[in-house]
Design a protein around this ligand. Structure first.
Ligand SMILES: NC(=O)c1ccc[n+]([C@@H]2O[C@H](COP(=O)([O-])OP(=O)(O)OC[C@H]3O[C@@H](n4cnc5c(N)ncnc54)[C@H](OP(=O)(O)O)[C@@H]3O)[C@@H](O)[C@H]2O)c1
Length: 342
């Protein structure tokens, strides 16, 4: 009988929207844990979080030492990752980072396990593996099966991003603002630049000189890195919408080769982590309320371009707290263990 090796794991940002999902997934998937340490800001010091029926203390990240930690899952924002991920790797941990801090670093792999799990071995360079931007991960889950067959060359993308994409406090802002507006009171924006209740905000992350936002550019930069093709073109418009959970993406994709709707559907039916949900006659198409709390990314509304036989339009929806963050990170950790750490 072989004894399964177990690992000492740290979750940094354990009290946040992504951290909460990380804990739930580590428990649900019976991750091989020897010990679990939880970190957050000073504000959370002394809090206890429940894990497998036990209360675990939250430690302050300030002054944290990572001795003995083998895998550190970071979800406390880019500034914390830049400061503390090197401390964790210096102590011998492999960091899987949910923030944008290392995604464009050529010495850090950017991984969606269903697409480029071989890239994981790049962790050997810096001890860090980056998790993609949530919208990029959801979009590529729907696109990759088609890309493998017909090679995507150019995309025009519009995202409809849930409030929880900006964290737990942003989700609360949507809830409180909605209640205020329904009471006839004014909605006060704190996290978002404008009221989010009963509104759409075509502005996520900072504006760059080109007029695009950083979030829109992530869809280009990260698509190129994950698919390993520096020539793919992506023009994106990213929009915050008053939805609690799950991002939706409208994609117009032009391919090198002709691809039909029937071919696309057949490919998506077999794709791991993807659920084809595309029967307009039964009013079946992906929606955030369908994809929330679900691990699969849903794809539907697949249509041939009216003028170009090499182009398709599709609609992809996925729970960005899961495939766009926590689930993808845990899947990377599982692949890392399976392929490199046993
Ligand atoms: N939300 C998403 O859908 C999503 C998707 C992909 C990637 N991400 C990335 O994942 C990261 C976390 O996002 P989130 O949505 O979970 O945000 P969140 O709900 O705001 O949670 C942030 C977490 O970071 C901790 N934190 C904040 N400041 C800290 C500090 N100075 N020192 C130590 N810990 C600190 C918070 O601890 P306290 O509770 O103590 O303040 C909390 O645990 C971000 O980098 C984000 O870009 C998020």
């Amino acid at each position: 009988m072989t004894m399964e090796r177990k690992y000492k794991v740290a979750v940094v940002g354990a009290t946040g929207a992504v951290g909460t999902e990380l804990l739930r997934l580590l428990e649900e998937r019976n991750f091989p844990l020897k010990e679990l340490r939880l970190f957050a800001s000073d504000r959370s010091k002394g809090k206890q979080l429940s894990f497998k029926g036990r209360d675990l203390p939250v430690e302050s990240l300030e002054g944290a030492r990572f001795e003995g930690v083998e895998i550190a899952l970071f979800s406390a924002g880019a500034a914390r990752s830049l400061e503390f991920a090197p401390k964790a790797t210096a102590a011998g941990a492999i960091v899987i980072d949910n923030s944008s801090a290392y995604r464009n670093d050529p010495d850090v792999p950017l991984v969606v396990p269903e697409i480029n799990s071989d890239a994981i071995q790049g962790y050997l360079k810096k001890g860090i593996i980056a998790n993609p931007n949530c919208t990029t991960a959801v979009m590529l889950m729907g696109l990759y099966p088609l890309h493998r067959k017909a090679r995507v060359r150019r995309m025009i993308v519009t995202s409809f991003q849930a409030a929880s994409g900006a964290g737990a406090a942003a989700m609360e802002e949507l809830r409180q603002q909605s209640e205020r507006v329904l009471r006839g009171e004014e909605a006060e924006p704190k996290i978002f630049p404008h009221p989010i209740a009963f509104n759409l905000i075509p502005h996520i992350d900072q504006f760059l000189e080109t007029g695009y936002t950083q979030e829109e550019m992530k869809l280009l930069w990260e698509t190129r890195k994950i698919l390993g093709d520096p020539e793919i073109e992506v023009n994106a418009t990213t929009v915050r919408v008053p939805v609690f959970r799950a991002h939706s993406v409208s994609v117009h994709a032009e391919f090198e080769k002709k691809i039909t709707v029937a071919e696309a559907r057949a490919l998506l039916l077999k794709a791991p982590g993807v659920r084809l949900w595309d029967d307009p006659s039964k009013k079946e198409y992906p929606m955030p309320i369908l994809a929330s709390d679900r691990e699969e990314c849903y794809v539907g509304r697949i249509r041939q371009d009216l003028f170009n036989p090499k182009a398709l339009n599709l609609w992809v929806v996925g729970d960005q707290l899961l495939k766009g963050a926590a689930l993808n990170a845990v899947q990377i950790a599982e692949k890392l263990i399976e392929g490199y750490l046993q």
